[in-house]
Ligand binder design. Structure first.
Ligand SMILES: Cc1ncc(COP(=O)(O)O)c(C=O)c1O
Length: 432
């Protein structure tokens, strides 16, 4: 198939990106790929091979555009500004600095700020309803993924991933030169038959999964599959990275046990974050699980950032000790739940042929347009009308899935959702 340039201009006008369809000797047989027009290869610098699979994020182009005033953005994954507890954090910061300022402003232990380690361990055990042998506070759960890969992944190792999956962590895996192999999903997430088949075929070192209100689809893996994942991990000796930053953002239904809670042999590592329930700017997350892996991650962290900011650990520690999270999460969930229901009700009125997930929580809805439609060109038209979203192709392991989009509802008001969804509806009708 000849390569044809795809109708999509760089969103920022800097013409850095172009999308292509077809196959070529240099790009292989992929039916879809993106390439930098201003290529890194033209640089005078010889960059490390670990960047070979990582082309930089086209999503960042979108974020430059959505910074324009008046833009309605369904693109990010940010908490709503009114969900950020700035007043409480201000009060706590003053108190912890008054009581313990000299220690907090000094270097700390890589293993974590001692009082936080204590409250965190109790919190994680309570959340997961199982014994947690070791936990390491990290600088956002993004760092947990980085440290896991640093500890476990050699170039060429296989990691199984959901498809689509969280772009940030897939980029991390690619920087460690992993080979990413997608596992097939249905409406409930990963399918266990395909998972076992891929384990047997590719002998992966790790499975990366976001089991609750997945980013980008909003899907939740049911309890029986969670149990099965833990069993397969033990049977085939594969580490599972259970990335669960959205588990508390539930607006309907009952909480599910974590994969970790079914883990008998220590193969499941649980990655948690306070970004979505307190503040992403504090950059406090954690990784919990087998002490041997936690130890390797700790050694890896020493050369990354020495330790997670003491002051930020102390702030989250106070949230846990003062039991502030339940009330705060309840308020946030009430707010996001209304926004999600409203966005879903708008989608109900979209033209026939548009399908979408119906999550019970989290921050995202995944939309499939009729198969001939193109979310990349739809995005350009939407941006002209001051509405932004992320085309689903960016979350897919091998690209493709051009007719999909990810919508975020947390960071817009009900009025903005109303207005923005009307714009998308009209554009889809015009292009169907
Ligand atoms: C699935 C998933 N994992 C991890 C992260 C990163 O979270 P943190 O802010 O804790 O680094 C995100 C952020 O959006 C996410 O969606």
């Amino acid at each position: 198939m000849p390569v044809t340039a795809f109708e999509c201009k760089s969103l920022s006008g800097s013409a850095e990106w172009k999308w292509y369809r077809g196959s070529s000797p240099s790009e292989g047989t992929a039916s879809f790929f993106e390439r930098r027009v201003r290529d890194m290869d033209s640089s005078q610098f010889k960059f490390a091979h670990r960047f070979d699979q990582v082309s930089g994020s086209a999503i960042r182009e979108i974020f430059k555009v959505i910074a324009q005033p008046g833009m309605i953005s369904f693109a990010g994954g940010n908490p709503s500004p009114d969900a950020l507890p700035d007043e409480i954090v201000r009060e706590i910061s003053g108190e912890v600095l008054r009581d313990n300022g000299k220690t907090l402003l000094q270097y700390g232990a890589t293993e974590g700020y001692m009082p936080f380690l204590e409250s965190l361990k109790a919190y994680v055990q309570d959340q997961l309803q199982c014994n947690i042998p070791a936990v390491l506070p990290v600088t956002g759960s993004t760092q947990a993924m980085d440290l896991l890969c640093k500890s476990l992944i050699d170039p060429g190792d296989c990691i199984l991933v959901e498809n689509p999956s969280f772009l940030g962590n897939m980029q991390c895996m690619k920087l460690y030169q992993a080979r990413l192999v997608p596992v097939d999903s249905d409406d409930d997430g990963m399918m266990m038959e395909d998972l076992e088949e891929k384990i047997c075929r590719y002998h992966p070192k790790m499975l990366y999964t976001i089991p609750t209100f997945q980013n980008p689809t909003g899907k939740t893996l049911p309890a029986d599959r969670r149990k099965k994942v833990a069993e397969l991990a033990g049977k085939y000796q594969m580490v599972v990275a259970e990335d669960d930053p959205y588990r508390d953002l539930r607006y309907e239904g009952s909480p599910l046990l974590s994969i970790k809670s079914f883990d008998k042999d220590g193969w499941v590592m649980f990655l948690g974050s306070f970004s979505k329930i307190i503040s992403p700017g504090l950059r406090v997350g954690f990784i919990a699980g087998h002490p041997d892996i936690i130890r390797k991650c700790t050694v890896g962290k020493q050369s990354s950032d020495v330790h997670t900011a003491n002051l930020n650990q102390a702030i989250v520690d106070q949230f846990l000790r003062r039991n502030l999270l339940p009330d705060h999460i309840e308020k946030v969930c009430a707010n996001y739940g209304k926004k999600m229901s409203f966005m879903l009700s708008k989608l109900q009125n979209f033209p026939e042929g548009v399908t979408f997930t119906k999550p019970q929580g989290g921050l995202f809805i995944w939309v499939e347009l009729p198969s001939h439609m193109d979310a990349l060109s739809l995005l350009n038209k939407a941006i002209e009308k001051k509405v932004a979203f992320v085309p689903g192709t960016h979350f897919c392991v091998d690209g493709g899935h051009l007719n999909t989009i990810r919508l975020n509802f947390s960071n817009s008001t009900i009025e903005q959702i109303d207005q923005g969804m009307n714009v998308l509806n009209d554009l889809i009708i015009d292009n169907i």
